[in-house]
Design a protein around this ligand. Structure first.
Ligand SMILES: [Mn+2]
Length: 506
């Protein structure tokens, strides 16, 4: 009867690891998905609930490429988009790139008018003759049905999403009273849901969705880069590309949905249902390789064992990258290698040359990039932990967690490249931990750590990059978690001398 295609989080312009090739991946993977949905599967509309673009300060070249790509979408297939956290503008009053694309007729930018003074969101109908800067809803008319398929959009609201959802539920009801009842209702929105993937902010409870459920048949979500579905009406396709090693894992599905509407007139009234089918996008593979450092007494021993290990795993890497999900136009793509060192290091950390090991693995596996993760402990650290001052940590039989935390952070700092100022670094880590517990934005934590690092170590020029990973101590309430890992250069820089970590902000 009618097919809608739902894709999200394309992150066009994301130059991951500073690599042009990754920016090209974002564009080519999205283009291949669009071609497939338009030419092979057939679609009557394309829904993009947020993070069309990766960066708010879009480079002109990325905008130009995007305009060219969007021009390939046939005129009779509307592209309905809403705003994600990555599409927001630096200053809220500015016109965003989505407004710009809307005005030029490339997309229909759907957005709710939310005011703190009222409990009801306002939604204006889309007028192709006078599009303005955005619209509130878009109607797709179908002959056989009494009403249109009506698509609404809610922009990224972060911590205010719960409140916005109440306003949206009321607003949809009021819109339908004014403009007539639709046969089927879709809401585009950008947030995560409790019990799904613990991630950065914007986590909504099922209770907060109750009112919206009354007036929406299909909730088209973006934000979490992993496929999930809930309650027979909530769908999140997972970003077309993986954006960090966690998202690159096998259990993270990435792709888009074809949503085919079905009608049933057997009971007299026509009732509309739907069937959603998920299709995997063809993307760049992440291959995880682990190496236990424990058995090796010297750097030389470790290095030769590592070389053997990589060589013996090379055929597995090839086989993995040959899977159809990773094969663009029949050609396997070079993987991003997620190289994890585990175990206990038997010699000094300073003699553990991960950069040399990584570049060997990169050549041997024909990898595009190697992301090094050192989850190792040194024998030295284990000894230090056993020497933690119990008198200070246990006071009157009570565990003083702050004192314990401080000692642990100081121990970690002593074993790192920051050992000269271990006590100061422990303070910075403790402060970052408190900010995370207070659910402060990851960007703010990163900025605070970066500026402290600049003060303490002015000779290190790069900023710190944050990696938000699953926390082994997570109690399931979706707290922000931070871990650090090494990379051979962060997102924007080419430095290879720095201990930094991946950024994750869905
Ligand atoms: Mn995203």
């Amino acid at each position: 009867m009618l097919t809608l295609t739902h894709i999200a989080d394309t992150h066009l312009g994301h130059r991951q690891y500073g690599l042009k090739q990754r920016e090209d991946d974002m564009a080519s993977t999205t283009r291949a998905a669009f071609n497939e949905m338009i030419e092979d599967r057939g679609t009557d509309a394309i829904l993009v609930p947020g993070d069309l673009f990766h960066s708010r300060d879009l480079r002109p070249k990325v905008l130009h490429q995007t305009e060219q790509e969007l021009a390939r979408v046939p005129d009779n297939v509307p592209l309905l988009v809403s705003r994600g956290n990555h599409d927001e503008n630096l200053t809220p009053r500015d016109v965003t790139w989505l407004n710009y694309l809307h005005q030029r007729g490339h997309v229909v930018f759907l957005k709710a008018d939310l005011s703190a003074d009222t409990d009801t969101a306002q939604f204006e109908p889309y007028d192709p003759d006078d599009p303005g800067e955005y619209a509130g809803f878009y109607d797709i008319d179908i002959d056989k049905l009494d009403g249109p398929v009506r698509v609404f959009g809610l922009q990224w609201r972060g911590a205010k999403t719960g409140q916005a959802l109440r306003q949206v539920a009321n607003g949809i009801q009021e819109t339908n009273e004014t403009h007539g009842e639709p046969a089927f209702t879709v809401l585009l929105a950008h947030f995560g849901i409790e019990d799904e993937v613990p991630t950065l902010g914007g986590t909504v409870t099922h209770g907060e969705l109750r009112d919206v459920k009354e007036v929406v048949d299909y909730l088209a979500l973006g934000h979490i880069h992993k496929r999930y579905e809930a309650g027979g009406w909530i769908y999140n396709p997972g970003s077309p590309e993986a954006h960090n090693t966690r998202e690159g894992r096998d259990d993270w599905e990435h792709g888009y949905y074809s949503v085919t509407l079905t009608s049933d007139a057997s009971g007299g009234d026509v009732s509309v249902g739907f069937e959603a089918t998920h299709h995997e996008t063809k993307r760049r593979p992440y291959y995880r390789m682990e190496f236990d450092v424990t058995p090796y007494e010297s750097p030389g021993e470790l290095e030769s064992a590592f070389r053997e290990h990589v060589q013996s795993e090379r055929s597995d890497v090839e086989e993995y990258c040959g899977k159809s999900a990773y094969t663009a136009q029949g050609e396997p793509r070079s993987p991003i290698l997620d190289l994890r060192f585990t175990g206990t290091l038997q010699f000094s950390r300073g003699d553990f040359r991960t950069d040399e090991l990584a570049s060997f693995a990169e050549k041997e596996c024909d990898a595009l990039y190697v992301q090094v993760n050192t989850g190792i402990r040194t024998a030295n650290v284990q000894q230090l932990i056993s020497e933690i001052d119990e008198g200070e940590v246990f006071k009157d039989g009570q565990l003083n967690t702050a004192a314990l935390e401080d000692q642990v952070f100081e121990t970690i700092a002593q074993e790192s490249m920051y050992s000269e100022k271990a006590s100061d670094v422990a303070d910075v880590l403790g402060n970052a931990h408190q900010m995370a517990q207070a659910k402060e934005a990851a960007e703010d934590i990163r900025d605070t750590v970066s500026s402290a690092r600049r003060d303490l170590f002015p000779e290190l020029v790069d900023d710190v990059v944050l990696d938000i990973e699953e926390d082994p101590f997570d109690d399931g309430d979706g707290d922000i978690e931070t871990t650090t890992s090494e990379t051979a250069g962060d997102e924007e820089s080419d430095s290879e001398t720095d201990e930094t970590a991946e950024v994750v902000s869905e």
